[in-house]
Design a protein around this ligand. Sequence first.
Ligand code: ATP
Ligand code: MG
Length: 235
Amino acid sequence: MIEFKHVTKTYRSTTRETTVTALNDINLKIDDGEVVFLVGSNGAGKSTLMRLLTRMETPTSGSLIVNKYDLRKIRKRKIPEYRSQIGMDFQDFKLFPKYTVYENVAFAMRVLGKSSKAIKTTVPLVLSMLDISARANHFPMEISGGEQQRTALARALVNNPKILIADEPTANLSPSMSREVMDLLVSLGENGKRTVLIITHDVKLIQNYKNIRVVKFEHGKIVYDSKNAEAGADA
Ligand SMILES: Nc1ncnc2c1ncn2[C@@H]1O[C@H](COP(=O)(O)OP(=O)(O)OP(=O)(O)O)[C@@H](O)[C@H]1O
Ligand SMILES: [Mg+2]
């Protein structure tokens, strides 16, 4: 489970004594196996939320608990162990141009110290799941945007993470490719085995997924949560 309790995150500018409040008193609970769309305009705080979850940043105040980890108190040496349960697919998380599709995905296993035997059996399975086996020996430059996105997803998924976070996974994709990638992401969480958080600007696209929870951010606050809205709580 992911639980934000009164989480505030402020950034201090390096040049001046000013601060920016990126997230302001956030309370948010996400159960294991939930699929959630995180929406909101530029600067609303979505990527900050993701950076807190991946422990690239720490909350300025409040508490953030993910599974058994208290992310404000976690020891530095425990962070890799924590992160190994999280698959991240960032828009600006580029594929290595000099690695093939296969090597890009295998790399994610190698950094966790997985055996070459495990790599040899798992990578082809994940490539086939994402329907990019035919591109395994191609370089990122030689494949389409949608295939690149699926490769990045394969890389995020190859270690079978409990939580998958995708930041703008459909940016720069055509509408049909966007639909394809979004269907895939939603299906990855569908059996309830994995929590999937999808940050997106594409409000039109998510209208296709009526049963999925939508949490909307504005100026660092949650202004709408369809789960609570149904229960009659304030939006
Ligand atoms: N490292 C940083 N230092 C200072 N301010 C930052 C930093 N990162 C983000 N901010 C500010 O925090 C606020 C929230 O930014 P964030 O990146 O979380 O927004 P976002 O919702 O992801 O926006 P977008 O849709 O444009 O990606 C913005 O006002 C942004 O300028
Ligand atoms: Mg962002």
